[in-house]
Design a protein around this ligand. Sequence first.
Ligand code: CA
Length: 233
Amino acid sequence: MAKILIVEDEEKIARFVELELTHEGYEVDKVTDGRAGVEQALAGDYDLILLDVLLPQLNGMEVLRRIRRESDVPVIMLTARDAVMDKVAGLDAGADDYITKPFAIEELLARIRVALKRRETTPQTGEAAPDPNHHVLSIKGVTLDVEQHEVRVGNDPIELTNREFEVLKALMENRNVVMSRDRLVQLACGYDFVGETNIIDVYIRHLRAKIDDQYDIKLITTVRGVGYVIREG
Ligand code: CA
């Protein structure tokens, strides 16, 4: 059964979640500060980490950054705050999902199942066999290699976060089709994503800063009141 680490300083929440997860058959460890969270997360062989944002010693964002330097274990952030920017920061720093406290345990369990399943179905990097259907999208000098998870403008590699990559991929795959924020959220964040669709505006802003502004091209067009489109030519 999957092994889960809880990093949460609020004893009541930590214990409640531990009980529920144990009841579901998960193997559970918990630690109560950020520093211990990093150590335990990297030392133990966990399938998933539940990570509180507000923690003593090291805050959750910093814990996440340190974990991500060495590990791609799925991380679900537990956030008390409801600001979109917090969620974006967490997702950009490599969180797989977040859940706002207070949460219903059923919702948390559902998120955990999704994150674990996604991991099962994601091929581990480095082991993938050469793919005969190697899939490269190209438009206006921007190329996106689906399998290599690589974006280039000309020969310059562009560093994108996962979600930025998914938004760009959705737009490039659906070139000339105006995509609503809802649709982009579904494609980039998954159908189970529960959050404001204006999170897409943030990713678009990042993509424009990294591509349009840097290379003086007009890649992504805003269609007011509808969404976004990448038009050919
Ligand atoms: Ca806390």
